[in-house]
Design a binder for this molecule. Structure first.
Ligand SMILES: [Zn+2]
Length: 82
């Protein structure tokens, strides 16, 4: 009763199992975990890491654009000065 059916071999495995004990295949963990469970924490961690990486990448890109703009501005300023 307290379990779920493995989608591959149709055997009943534990509700929070990540690998089927009958066929040894990875089970879809997203399906079985609640928000407060370890899988929810993992998902939050992944989301946080992805968000941080994205923010870092975006920050670097913006900074790079700023440098390029500055370089272009400096160049045109020097050119106009002469
Ligand atoms: Zn199985």
């Amino acid at each position: 009763m307290f379990g779920r059916i493995c989608p591959f071999c149709k055997e009943t495995v534990k509700k929070n199992a990540v690998v089927c004990r009958y066929c040894g295949r990875d089970l879809d963990v997203q399906e079985s975990c609640g928000v407060s469970g370890p899988c929810g924490l993992f998902a939050a961690l992944v989301g946080l890491t992805a968000g941080a990486a994205l923010a870092l990448g975006l920050g670097y890109w913006k900074e790079r654009r700023r440098w390029e703009d500055k370089a272009v501005n400096d160049f045109s300023y020097e050119e106009a000065d002469e």
